[in-house]
Ligand binder design. Structure first.
Ligand SMILES: [Zn+2]
Length: 274
């Protein structure tokens, strides 16, 4: 698994993975560290845990930003430890985890990546142990991390993390860089409100770490929020009969493919999300 570290602020690290352009996070305090997401299978989780151990020997807490396989299937490699997530994240792992394993293993078979496909098949899904419905503060010793939920968006359980002393926010897949927002299984109409909540945590110098891609700033998040809101507005105009589907696809800030996924999510008709 090709990956490299970047340190986005003092003792706040991001592990950037070539596969899926995934970004996993590590926040180190004086007495403990916090791991943001665990990777897409148990093997990747073990590699990620080993990489964390090259940075710090401190005990870890895991936070899952959401249940999608690439963010949560590596958890087993970190146990035993506290695993924070939103209650709906647990529901999704219980209800959809087995099917997600099958679907993503099949996806990697089609990509001729039997290594990843087999690692996903062999993964034992580990459930979160500590539930966060609204807001929780975790003390790492000399540094705190705030975990918050701003309603539905990329999923119905996206958690956002903030490291106040470092001015860093981990956005999960509420924000993507280098790729459009992942609308499969999402809640596009609510998404801009969730991003408004996230933006309230930011200032002009805040580093925002997306679930995929390089870190961005608040202005980038605001622009992505405006794009998502624009698609929802176009969909509303289409639903009201004032414009055609062709108009929606032409005027959307996103590609036809991405816009179609957003529209499908607005009608609740798709899954297989990441
Ligand atoms: Zn996702």
């Amino acid at each position: 698994m090709n990956a490299r570290w970047i340190e986005v602020a003092d003792r706040v690290h991001v592990r950037r993975h070539e596969e899926l352009d995934l970004s996993l996070g590590l926040i180190v305090g004086d007495e403990a560290c916090l791991v943001v997401d665990t990777g897409g299978d148990e093997t990747q989780g073990a590699e990620w845990a080993a990489a964390v151990r090259t940075v710090t020997p401190l005990p870890w807490t895991v936070v899952l930003t959401h249940a999608h396989f690439d963010h949560s299937f590596g958890t087993k490699a970190f146990l035993p430890c506290p695993v924070f997530a939103h209650p709906n994240c647990v529901d999704e792992l219980v209800v959809e985890g087995a099917a997600d394993k099958d679907n993503w293993a099949a996806y990697y078979d089609r990509q001729h990546r039997p290594d990843i496909a087999n690692a996903i098949r062999a993964t034992r899904i580990a459930l979160p142990t500590t539930l966060v419905s609204e807001r929780v503060t975790v003390d790492l010793g000399g540094r705190t991390v705030e975990i918050e939920q701003f309603g539905r968006g990329h999923t119905d359980h996206d958690l956002v993390l903030r490291v106040p002393d470092a001015d860093v926010v981990f956005a999960g897949d509420l924000v993507e860089n280098g790729a459009p927002p992942a609308f499969e299984g999402s809640f596009p109409a609510a998404w801009p409100t969730a991003l408004a909540g996230l933006l309230e945590l930011t200032g002009p110098d805040t580093v925002v770490v997306p679930g995929h891609g390089e870190p961005v700033d608040a202005a980038y998040v605001a622009a992505q929020r405006a794009d998502i809101a624009a698609v929802v507005e176009l969909a509303a105009a289409f639903a009201a009969g004032s414009i055609t589907l062709k108009d929606v696809l032409r005027d959307s800030p996103f590609s036809v493919e991405t816009t179609s996924k957003a529209l499908a999510s607005l009608t609740g008709r798709n899954r297989s999300a990441r």
